[in-house]
Ligand binder design. Structure first.
Ligand code: BES
Ligand code: MN
Ligand code: ZN
Length: 497
């Protein structure tokens, strides 16, 4: 997709589709009036018919506006004029991409004269436009037989038309949006890839390939032998039941001097979670191909950051393993020693995410991190608590929590904070070991976070449970969402100054 910003007037180029925004008072903007004149009053007549109410996201496509220099004109409803908010803009953008799906538009022009978001700047506006178009055009076609079908959305170029003074901010937004779109696309591809393709080794190889594309990135991979040497008994207790070897993948982005402390992001990368010996029920077990969405989020965020190139240091870690039942798999009741030296009684082998993450959290202390954020499809309980709207945030530092929440509000990739009070910690105390890996039915997401907190005491840290937000399992809507890459990217860029 080609994006550009233009200041050219309406009639100077031939276009295949020209988008004009309308508020629900149905007043004629300057552009609309010009269009009306060019079509000798046709637009006024159409509006008078009352078929177009201009609710946010409503659209009306007009062909054959004789006189106007475009094949089609798409009227885009913006909703209420006073306080045209971020959410209203996003509804309009979603409506636009939906209705464009039914058309066969190659080159699109969007007139932004009427479209100024009250609570966000133009950089945000352009970023979100690119993100919305990319999300809408995304299809996972890698596994279709040959020849692969062409993507359905045929848009090849989008021109934003705005006054000169807006050009700079809009162009910056297009760059950030394109970087985000690239990061989200690769994350979705990795997440949607089935478990027989996307193994820990595959993730490691993809991360090595990613580092080849950017001078600012380096990838190192720890194999099971190296992890055993480091004493990662918790991680290995998960991967040992699988014939696919586990990998700890470290992707380093260098945008500042080595003395600048890095921000570290860690992702749960269970490439398939059967539950292990505590086997999951069969009906929707397939969904657990998405149990590496945390790792995919980290991967996609690293690509986005490398594309943008901020002057800061970021390290992404993928804790990649497959959780299988086998003769040599961990059993309920087993006790293992983590890299931190703390011991864990594994009462349920299906609570494996925290086991791979805890050793990753101990390992990354060697980078002397400024902040650490881990992202994981950690608990089904999180879906019950927050559904698919908000990711859950837990933190041992209020500033980090607030920065993440605020990044979520800005990007509309939203999150909500839950507590990890000391009082909850007793739920995971164990009689035999230092802790157990489950805390009973109550507050399942919180006790999972409390477990991780025991390994993140040395730095400012937050944990995000993305079980409800990172993928959709329903029918045609099925697939990875690319969340929370927008949130994390915004967070990192804010931290980087
Ligand atoms: N990967 C699952 C959590 C999950 C479930 C993510 C559904 C997305 C959708 C995780 O490993 C798991 O199995 N958690 C258990 C924990 C329990 C055994 C304490 C759960 O949530 O049931
Ligand atoms: Mn599990
Ligand atoms: Zn899992």
């Amino acid at each position: 997709m080609q994006y550009s910003v233009r200041t050219r007037a309406l009639t100077q180029t031939r276009r295949t589709c020209f988008v004009v925004g309308w508020y629900d008072d149905l007043e004629f903007s300057e552009t609309a009036s010009a269009l009306n004149e060019a079509s000798s009053g046709q637009l006024k007549k159409l509006i008078a018919l009352g078929d177009f109410k201009a609710k946010a996201g409503e659209t009306l496509v007009l062909h054959d506006l004789s006189g106007a220099d475009t094949q089609r004109c798409l009227l885009l409803g913006l909703g209420e004029r006073k306080n045209f908010s971020a959410d209203q803009f996003l509804s309009a953008a979603a409506g636009l991409t939906q209705s464009l799906k039914k058309l066969s538009v190659g080159r699109l022009a969007i007139n932004l004269d009427e479209i100024v978001v009250t609570d966000r700047d133009d950089t945000w506006l352009a970023t979100k436009l690119v993100e919305t178009f990319a999300d809408s055009a995304y299809e996972y076609l890698d596994m279709k037989g040959k020849p692969k079908p062409k993507p359905k959305n045929a848009i090849t170029a989008i021109e934003l038309i705005a006054t000169q003074d807006r050009t700079r901010a809009l162009k910056k937004g297009l760059d950030v949006g394109s970087a985000l779109a690239a990061g989200k696309k690769i994350a979705k591809d990795l997440s949607n890839a089935p478990g027989n393709v996307c193994t820990p080794t595959y993730l490691a190889n993809q991360a090595k390939a990613l580092a080849k594309d950017y001078d600012s990135l380096t990838t190192t991979v720890l194999d099971e032998k190296q992890m055993a040497k480091l004493g990662m008994g918790a991680f290995l207790s998960v991967s040992k039941g699988s014939t696919e070897p586990g990998k700890m993948v470290i992707i380093q982005y260098k945008g500042a001097k080595a003395s600048v402390k890095p921000h570290v992001i860690v992702g749960k990368g269970i490439t398939f979670d059967t539950g292990g010996i505590s086997l999951k029920p069969g009906a929707s077990m397939w969904e657990m191909i998405y149990d590496m969405c945390g790792a995919a989020t980290v991967f996609g965020t690293m690509k986005t950051i490398a594309e943008i190139g901020p002057k800061m240091n970021v390290i992404g870690v993928l804790a990649a393993a497959e959780n299988m039942p086998a003769g040599n798999a961990s059993k309920p009741g087993d006790i293992v020693t983590t890299m931190s030296g703390q011991t864990v009684e594994i009462l349920n082998t299906d609570a494996e995410g925290r086991l791979v993450l805890c050793d990753a959290l101990t390992y990354i202390d060697k980078f002397n991190p400024e902040t650490v954020v881990d992202v994981a499809t950690l608990t089904g309980a999180c879906i019950i608590a927050l559904g698919s709207q908000a990711s859950a945030i837990f933190a041992n530092d209020d500033k980090v929590a607030e920065a993440l929440l605020s990044a979520g509000e800005t990007t509309r990739d939203r999150a909500w904070r839950l507590p990890i009070w000391e009082a909850y910690q007793s739920q995971i105390n164990s009689a035999f070991a230092d802790m157990q890996n489950i805390g009973g039915r109550e507050a399942g997401s919180i006790t999972a976070a409390c477990f991780l907190a025991r390994f993140a005491k040395k730095y400012r840290w937050a944990h995000m449970d993305i079980a409800g937000t990172s993928f959709k399992w329903a029918g045609t809507n099925k697939g990875a969402t690319g969340r929370p890459i927008a949130l994390l990217t915004e967070y990192l860029l804010q931290q980087g100054g």
